[in-house]
Design a protein around this ligand. Structure first.
Ligand code: OSB
Ligand code: MG
Length: 369
């Protein structure tokens, strides 16, 4: 049993090594909310995957800050002595806001596991000590720049390349990459930029033997995704559409996807991500670990999850150096064989380096009962 004594909430900012452009916007800096949760026995860390704008989903940094400070932290303080299994109930008075909830739930679980001296991977029942890594490449100004980046990441060992696409920058880009690399595992991610009227684009993409097409349509359009899936050969994968295990069940039953991207930070944290894994595995649907350009805190959390048996496809679990010149934790490294070590220390296995945390902190508030 654990009592939460204090929650340190901060916003941190650190530059990205290069701009990351998707169909919903461009990011040049990683700005996110990080929570340090203090109990009698330990501290725990959680990273919020929301961004500056509500472009990927409804959530965004300032909103997550307010929800954590105004609702989630007070609910935890008044809950008394609880375990991670009580948190759905404790935080149930707040509808939605899965990214904000994931931040405090993951921090709580981290603290609980650190107090027990157990790693998150062990707690989840992970069956691997290394995971296969892919990389997600943003929309580039030119095809030449895209080909350069693809070649660079393949040389680093990445086992799957994912290209961001948007209307007008899709079939030609994919065609150029496929022509240069006939045999690589290749996928695309539209971040909901298309409608069913664009079915011809997806029929054209069917020719390039893609591993999957990720989130082509609006997050709410499960039925439309099912209609699209019936008209193309390539497997659809859902990201933004899946916010809970219930969503995963609905999407799979409807035939809206044949693969699920699990981002614990998008779905309310590690426990719900685990339930999505279990739902998909029972249905024979492969899952993989998505990413949100996390710092080492979120990355460590993702890696433990990605070590579960249902994660059978390479994740967006790229090296720290793909995002930052100087992460807030010790950097995560992709080895030449395209795999990354799963942390083994207590909890998520890493903590921010104090001087890096201090240097990147834009705003800090300590919440107490
Ligand atoms: O849709 O998967 C996505 C990054 C930010 C927001 C959404 C997405 C992404 C990525 C990058 O594709 C994944 C990563 O390398 O962390
Ligand atoms: Mg995606």
């Amino acid at each position: 049993m654990t009592t939460v004594r204090a929650i340190e909430i901060r916003t941190i900012g650190l530059p990205l090594v290069g701009p990351f452009r998707t169909s919903f916007g461009v990011e040049t800096e990683k700005v996110c909310v990080v929570v340090r949760l203090v109990t009698d026995d330990a501290e725990g860390w959680g990273e919020c995957v929301a961004g500056i704008d509500p472009g990927y989903s409804e959530e965004f940094n300032e909103g997550a800050w307010l929800v954590i400070r105004g609702f989630l932290a007070p609910a935890l303080f008044s809950a008394g002595d609880v375990t991670v299994d009580d948190l759905d109930r404790v935080l149930g008075g707040v509808r939605g806001h899965p990214m904000a909830k994931a931040t405090v739930i993951d921090a709580f679980l981290d603290a609980e596991l650190r107090a027990q001296g157990r790693s998150l991977a062990e707690h989840l029942g992970a069956d691997k000590d290394r995971v296969a890594c892919g990389v997600s490449i943003g929309i580039t100004p030119t095809t030449e720049q895209l080909l350069d980046q693809v070649a660079g990441y393949l040389a680093d060992g990445y086992r799957r390349i994912k290209l961001k696409i948007e209307p007008g920058l899709d079939v030609e880009r994919v065609s150029a990459v496929r022509a240069a690399h006939p045999d690589i595992a290749l996928s695309v991610d539209a971040n909901a930029a298309y409608t069913l009227d664009d079915v011809d684009v997806f029929r054209a993409l069917d020719e390039f033997d893609l591993l999957m097409v990720e989130q082509p349509l609006h997050p709410d359009d499960l039925v439309q995704h099912a209609k699209l899936q019936r008209q193309i050969r390539t497997d659809l994968c859902l990201d933004e559409s899946i916010r809970s295990a219930a969503d995963a069940e609905a999407a799979i039953e409807l035939g809206a996807c044949r693969i699920v991207n699990i981002k614990q930070g998008r779905v309310g944290g590690v426990p719900e991500a685990r339930r999505i894994h279990d739902v998909a595995r029972a249905a024979g649907v492969p899952v993989w670990c998505g990413g949100m350009l996390e710092t080492g805190i979120g990355r460590a959390t993702n890696l433990a999850l990605a070590a579960l048996p249902g994660f059978t496809l390479p994740g967006d679990t790229s090296a720290s150096a793909r995002y930052f010149t100087d992460d807030i934790t010790e950097p995560f490294v992709v080895d030449p064989d395209g795999t990354m070590k799963v942390p083994t220390g207590p909890g998520i296995g890493v903590v921010p380096r104090p001087e890096r945390l201090k240097a990147t902190t834009l705003r800090l508030e300590t919440l107490t009962p």
